[in-house]
Design a protein around this ligand. Structure first.
Ligand code: HEC
Length: 105
């Protein structure tokens, strides 16, 4: 490649990179996660059935304070799929009223 051609082609690579960078849309701004809007519906649907006073769960999960107190443990047990308890092997079913939480993307 002649020096001029090589200079031109590196200029076009730079230009392409600049155009690509300029046309990448900014990451969408997600609204903040809130207890009432995002978390309570999941807890009410998947956890409160057992985690209420007198229920089979060892502690209640009804309020923000209940969940905040155990946030780290909740992340662990839902991440490991220990909770909500659901014994069928992954891939078996489908079952009506399956208790599995959907995987996050
Ligand atoms: C079908 C009833 C049931 C449902 C639904 C349920 N749990 Fe539980 N949960 C239990 C029982 C029973 C235990 C005690 C299990 C044990 O100690 O082995 C428990 C224990 C836990 C623990 C303590 C685990 C530990 O290692 O000590 C956490 C945290 C928890 N559940 C969170 C949740 C969350 C979050 C949900 C919803 C996503 C949920 N549970 C749904 C019955 C339930």
């Amino acid at each position: 490649m002649t020096p001029l051609l090589s200079r031109l082609s590196s200029a076009s690579v730079l230009l392409a990179a600049a155009v690509a960078f300029a046309t990448v849309p900014p990451a969408p701004k997600l609204p903040p996660v809130t207890w009432a809007k995002d978390i309570a519906p999941i807890i009410n649907q998947s956890c409160a059935e057992c985690h209420h006073p007198g229920g089979p769960g060892p502690f209640p999960l009804l309020t923000y304070a209940d969940a905040r107190r155990r946030a780290r443990q909740i992340a662990q047990v839902t991440g490991s799929r220990f909770m909500p308890p659901w014994l069928p092997e992954p891939g078996s079913g489908p079952f009506v009223h399956a208790r599995r939480l959907p995987r996050s993307p």
